[in-house]
Design a protein around this ligand. Structure first.
Ligand code: AMP
Length: 291
């Protein structure tokens, strides 16, 4: 039966009780407006754990001023129905005031990688993410936690935080679930007009074409792949801003478009994009193994 827990202390007590009964807990953090990408994380958790807990919390700390916190899609009734169908064990549904009480003063900053890629455009975003994920881990105390590779930088930041702070949780990073035309599923896709939605798969097309160049093994440097990403994105009538689009080191997130491909032979590099279509910010990425 799906139990809903609203306060961190009630959630913590629930988890402590389940642990005392010898159960393992898998945890899927979300901001709601659930889609098949979220459901895939839930399914992965159910396969590996006795119990699965999902959180829905639109975390104000990870939105900077002028971003879409207020209008971020919220569909609690729809989410609850979807969760009932997935047969999870508990839903953690805190209020912002439960998570950030008066005088809240403790933040987790994962230095270096948090300032790159999306971090350069979203001041404080990854500090907000790391802080809330740490709080959620302390509240739910899962054996395993599930994140989508769709938010690749988020995965890298959380992996670093968990390692640096010796957090006793195994992290699982799951494949991006896509619409039939290749667009990565995202709650923010709901913002797109019909014309914008029609054009949006261009992100994935740019990644795939550049990825094929790299996996074809003919490149001396990654420059041509990065240039191809830019060319394809610039051909879109609806992309109003290209924030980044290049080839990155999968660990450091540094742009490696000028590096020799041979120095990455056998390794996986990350092709990543962030654009605005109208006022909607979309990101996507593709991991490619260099021959
Ligand atoms: P969000 O609700 O957008 O904060 O996402 C919650 C979790 O779902 C994060 O770990 C995301 O990376 C993951 N996620 C979002 N979209 C997808 C997708 N299309 N495929 C797989 N995972 C996703």
């Amino acid at each position: 039966m799906l139990e809903t827990l609203k306060s961190p202390s009630a959630m913590q007590q629930w988890s402590q009780k389940k642990h005392s009964e010898g159960k393992t807990i898998g945890f899927v953090p979300t901001m709601g407006a659930l889609h098949r990408g979220h459901i895939s994380l839930i399914e992965a958790s159910k396969q590996e754990n006795d119990l699965t807990v999902v959180s829905i919390f639109v975390n104000p700390a990870q939105f900077s001023a002028g971003e879409d916190f207020e209008k971020y899609p919220r569909d609690f009734d729809g989410d609850f129905k979807k969760l009932e169908q997935t047969d999870i064990d508990a839903l953690f549904l805190p209020q912002a005031s439960d998570m950030y009480g008066d005088g809240f003063a403790t933040f987790i900053e994962v230095r270096g990688i948090s300032g790159k890629l999306c971090g350069a455009y979203r001041a404080g975003h990854f500090t907000g993410v790391a802080t809330v994920v740490a709080k959620l881990f302390n509240t739910i105390m899962p054996e395993r936690a599930y994140f989508g590779l769709k938010d690749y930088q988020q995965c890298v930041v959380i992996r670093k935080m968990a390692a640096d702070l010796n957090m006793p949780v195994s992290l699982r990073f799951c494949e991006t679930v896509r619409e039939q035309d290749g667009l990565a599923m995202s709650s923010r896709n709901a913002y797109l007009s019909a014309d914008q939605r029609h054009d949006a798969p261009i992100l994935y097309r740019a990644l795939c074409e550049a990825g094929s160049l790299i996996s074809g093994g003919q490149l001396l440097k990654f420059t041509d792949a990065a240039t191809l990403i830019q060319q394809i994105l610039k051909s879109s009538a609806h992309i109003s801003e290209i924030q980044y689009g290049s080839v990155y080191d999968s660990e450091t997130l540094d742009d490696i478009s000028e590096q020799d491909a041979a120095s990455y032979s056998g390794k996986t590099v990350t092709l990543a994009i962030a654009v605005k279509i109208g006022s909607t910010r979309l990101i996507d990425n593709l991991l490619v193994t260099v021959p």
